[in-house]
Ligand binder design. Structure first.
Ligand code: SF4
Length: 439
């Protein structure tokens, strides 16, 4: 079971109608990408903004949403910091929100400071805003950003004229474009479009700078790169199962991975089950390929959510334990294939195997959708360090013993690539290949 430390979701709308409700539900439907902070900024005769600590549905008040009424706006959910951020610049005032990680942030910050710039935060979003504002206009600033920045980013800018949306030239993080009647929207993944009845038009292309305004959408520039590196973990864990990103439905990739686990398996079991929610797609794929009955062995408590994510790991683990209970009737005396997305340290899966066994499971065979994690991510989402990754420290048999499973297997890197269905050279696989990409 993987858990994210730094990840974010973006949503933006330009509409011919008031759109604050769509904005609000847009970030709500991206909450899986970040649970600690949320924020909305809109433009109505100037910028308005509210940011909160906590979940979208627990924080914004009706009065705030009323104050935010407008025909254009951007929103953000995060595990890291409050966004959007408002900046005043010689290009005019704007709001900025971003997702990603800037590897050369320190050097870029130092360069700006040498030229007399001051910073009110240490957040990458402020750095990006200041870099963009160096351009002759917003599009020029975003193009310069693509040349200066190492790392991953998707950026939304809310200006008087409309919304700029940009994706880094490698296309690490997803960004999609949708439309409904007179409204255009951009989002980190397509999930909000389903709820809001938007048509998914296409992905924002790697390196593309898009403008959403009164004349529709327009590609202002595309900064080409020799290498495309879509984050494969989006299909493995990060994105929601009802999203389509870079043309590939997330559910398809996860079911393909589950089917691949089943094809390589010889175990005799009574049923296949998932650790919810991240293991569900894998378990379904396993079931469809093998014909082994699918069953629920864990139940998520719908009312267990706290209004914020605890900062301390021990509290988060306790939260996870309280939230998921075992369905004893489905477990007792059974041999269970248990699917999950990944193993980081192995503590969470060990707890789940232990719980199943203490409720009488005869055997628990752990099947992991993604290959063994061998490196931390430098582009976005790392809680992991090399030190804590079980697969770097132990052989497969030792991990099996430590998690208490009767058997353990993973998909291979080739299985992962095949399951996603995009060419290998267009995927970032660095966290499994065992080294950080140089891009
Ligand atoms: Fe995604 Fe892993 Fe690459 Fe990071 S290193 S961008 S998590 S595939």
């Amino acid at each position: 079971m993987f858990s994210l430390n730094e990840n974010c979701g973006l949503f933006g709308i330009y509409s011919d109608q008031p759109c604050v409700n769509e904005l609000y539900y847009g970030i709500f439907k991206l909450q899986h990408r970040g649970q600690r902070y949320c924020g909305l900024a809109t433009w109505r005769r100037g910028l308005r903004i509210f940011t909160h600590k906590g979940y979208v549905r627990h924080t914004f008040t009706p009065a705030e949403l009323d104050e935010l009424r407008a025909r254009s706006g951007i929103g953000h959910v995060s595990l890291k910091e409050r966004q959007p951020m408002l900046l005043d610049s010689r290009l005019g005032p704007f709001a900025i929100a971003f997702t990603g990680n800037i590897i050369n942030a320190q050097r870029l910050t130092d360069d700006l400071k040498k030229n007399g710039h001051t910073f009110s935060t240490q957040h990458h979003v402020e750095l990006l805003g200041k870099l963009i504002a160096q351009g002759s206009d917003f599009a020029d600033g975003l193009a310069a950003l693509a040349r200066q920045v190492r790392g991953s980013y998707c950026v939304l800018l809310l200006t008087r004229e409309g919304i700029y949306a940009a994706r880094d030239p490698h296309g690490f993080k997803p960004l999609v474009l949708g439309r409904k009647n007179g409204a255009l929207a951009v989002a980190s993944e397509s999930r909000p479009f389903n709820t809001l009845d938007f048509e998914l038009l296409r992905d924002v292309r790697p390196g593309e700078i898009l403008f959403l305004g009164r004349n529709g959408f327009e590609t202002l520039k595309v900064i080409e790169s020799e290498h495309i590196s879509h984050c494969a973990f989006e299909w493995g864990y990060i994105a929601s199962m009802d999203s389509i990103i870079d043309g590939v439905p997330v559910v398809r990739a996860r079911k393909n991975l589950g089917a691949s686990l089943a094809r390589h398996d010889r175990v005799q079991a009574d049923k296949v089950a998932a650790i919810p929610f991240s293991g569900i797609g894998y378990a379904l794929g396993y079931h469809q390929e093998s014909g082994l009955p699918y069953d629920e062995v864990f139940l998520i408590d719908r009312f267990a959510s706290r209004s914020y994510l605890p900062l301390i790991k021990a509290e988060r683990d306790e939260e996870a334990r309280i939230k998921i209970s075992v369905i004893a009737e489905n477990v007792k005396g059974k041999s269970i294939v248990l699917c999950d997305d990944s193993i980081v340290r192995g503590t969470q899966i060990r707890n789940k195997v232990f719980e199943l066994k203490s409720f009488g499971a005869r055997e628990v065979h752990v099947r992991v959708g993604c290959p063994p994690l061998m490196a931390p991510c430098i582009y976005d989402i790392s809680t992991r360090s090399y030190r804590e990754l079980a697969a770097r420290k132990y052989a497969l048999e030792e991990i099996r013993r430590r998690v208490g499973a009767d058997s353990l297997s993973y998909n291979s890197l080739e299985d992962l690539v095949q399951a996603i269905g995009l060419p290998k050279h267009r995927l970032c696989l660095a966290c499994w290949a065992g080294k950080g990409s140089k891009r």
